[in-house]
Ligand binder design. Sequence first.
Ligand SMILES: [Zn+2]
Length: 341
Amino acid sequence: MISGWSDLIGNAHLHGWFGNSIRQQRFGGSFLLVGPAGVGKRSVAALLARTLLCDRNPPESMAPCGQCEACVQVGAETHPDVIRVRKPADKSAIPIDLLIGRPEVRMQEGFCRDVRLSPYCGRRKVAILEDADFLNEEGANCLLKTLEEPPSDAVILLIGTSEQKQLPTIRSRCQVIRFAPLNPTEAARLIREVHHVDADPAEIAHAVEVAGGDITASLRLLNEDTRRFRDALIGALSDPFPDPVTIRRIVTTRVDEAGKEAPKKRAVLHDIFSMAVGHYRKMMRDEALAATARPITLARLDRSVRAIRELERMANVSTLIDCFAADIAAGKTGDRGAIGS
Ligand SMILES: [Zn+2]
């Protein structure tokens, strides 16, 4: 957790923007914070909560003390005026019970009701809904009224990875605050200083590129054991005649090591496909430089990009691995036209 606005790495514009709207007394309502995973959206939400609730320093100072009871409670996630909802790890969407209460006590508990209560101690309530990417239609419908007419003493912060992943009904009711991806220097600072990963800058830059700016995924890629796995995978993909059985075995073993939970398996597979995309992109660049560009490399790159899209559409994991391995070996893009053909 970062302690002050000056500790925020990247996205320096946010400090000024929030500072101005707080000083002009027009900070309130519903916000949607979007940007790549790991760039600091949750840290900023917590920092805003401390800025608004600190017992010692007024919000306009934009300098929460970090030591008073309110600041400490925000950090420990025990502040009574900070409402939080996040997706449970074993669920594929945010359960509506968390939003409007369990069936037997509907509207008597949950996010929407807590937002409406008057603040216990502070002047404000700060309601943080993480994992907004995982709001389904039903959950979103429960939130509409709350987002549209939040009480004047409440600030609602929804956190997601991209605007496109939010339902239009949600997006249209929130002011969107965009977090930019970190530049390579900022990413390296965050990964080394905040996450204490001791890797060399080139390796960090490569991981961030492969992960498409997603810092959480970059951290997974930089892990020692992951690096060994990547070497084995890249070895198999670089073979002049890639063997589908070997690729399938390497990928399946890795995915199975992630445990039984489907979301974890899918996250690992996402990383694997990202590694394949990174590998074939690099190969394309190398071939272009050497004037030996080959259509088969482009086909394999397309196939890897397609695999990520299929995974995001929740395709079956083992079928996906089988098709990926077979197509990479054959050098096919995997575009099978209409389903069933
Ligand atoms: Zn304080």
